[in-house]
Write a protein of this length. Structure first.
Length: 256
């Protein structure tokens, strides 16, 4: 936002300077060369002089709007030497509001053919739920919406017995969107999905996991049991920053 704002200011002032020079040049032409259309001189000169004033007013309005749109959460200064439980509660509320639209639900469905009165119909049944976090946004061509990248767990989108399809669920809009699996790593239990939507979401900013310590406060958002618990939030502490779970990732009968 800062870079775009500065660029707009620069273009406005360049336009102002150019318009003033053009107005002065037209004055000189009319006075020295006395064209036949001299009667329009005052009107044209007035218009060229009023345009820069209008543009400067626009720059002032832009500056005011930018100030009011400043993210209050990221710019708020808290005196942690005198913090109260109410301050801590407010911080949790503000953090939740800042990221809850970036945490989406994931519905996993299996497709089966069903015989209905002699006709084979495709039926999709939800067999699992999970959560994901939007970390990247791309604008689609011709302003048709946005393409979003979501990180989730590999075990959420995989099934050992049948092929499944993931769907993104937005509980605030109560809408389900087809997702595409970009890739996954079973050992790291991580997967990346993409989906497209016209709604504008702000991707989250990732922190440095190497700085996480035991006892650090953590805020968890997600949909632990599907749509009915969409955007649930809870708070706790990091119990351990290194955890290894036994799993047979190569199907050799031995946990890796």
């Amino acid at each position: 936002m800062f870079k775009v704002q500065n660029l707009l200011y620069l273009l406005i002032w360049i336009f102002n300077i150019f318009t003033f020079i053009l107005a002065k040049r037209i004055d000189d032409i009319y006075i020295n060369e006395k064209k036949n259309y001299y009667k329009y001189k005052d009107m044209i000169s007035f218009v060229l002089k009023i345009i820069p004033l209008f543009m400067m007013l626009c720059s002032i309005v832009l500056a005011i709007v930018t100030i009011f749109l400043t993210n209050e959460v990221t710019n708020k200064v808290v005196d942690y030497t005198n913090i109260t439980i109410t301050d801590f509660e407010n911080a949790l509320k503000e953090t939740t509001k800042a990221v809850e639209r970036s945490v989406v639900g994931i519905n996993v469905k299996s497709a089966t053919l069903v015989d209905y009165n002699g006709q084979l119909l495709l039926s999709e049944d939800v067999i699992g739920y999970g959560s994901g976090v939007i970390y990247k946004r791309e604008e689609l061509p011709n302003k048709q919406g946005f393409k979003y990248h979501v990180v989730t767990n590999a075990h959420v989108i995989l099934d050992e017995e049948e092929e499944v399809a993931p769907y993104i669920y937005d509980g605030f809009e109560d809408v389900e969107l087809k997702a595409t699996v970009v890739g996954y790593d079973v050992k790291l239990d991580i997967a990346v999905l993409t989906f497209e939507h016209t709604t504008y979401y702000d991707p989250v900013d990732f922190g440095d996991s190497d700085k996480v310590e035991k006892g650090s406060f953590v805020l968890a958002l997600g949909s632990p049991k599907g749509p009915q618990y969409y955007a649930s939030v809870t708070q706790g502490v990091i119990s351990g920053n290194i955890r290894y779970l036994p799993s047979d990732t190569d199907d050799d009968g031995v946990n890796d």
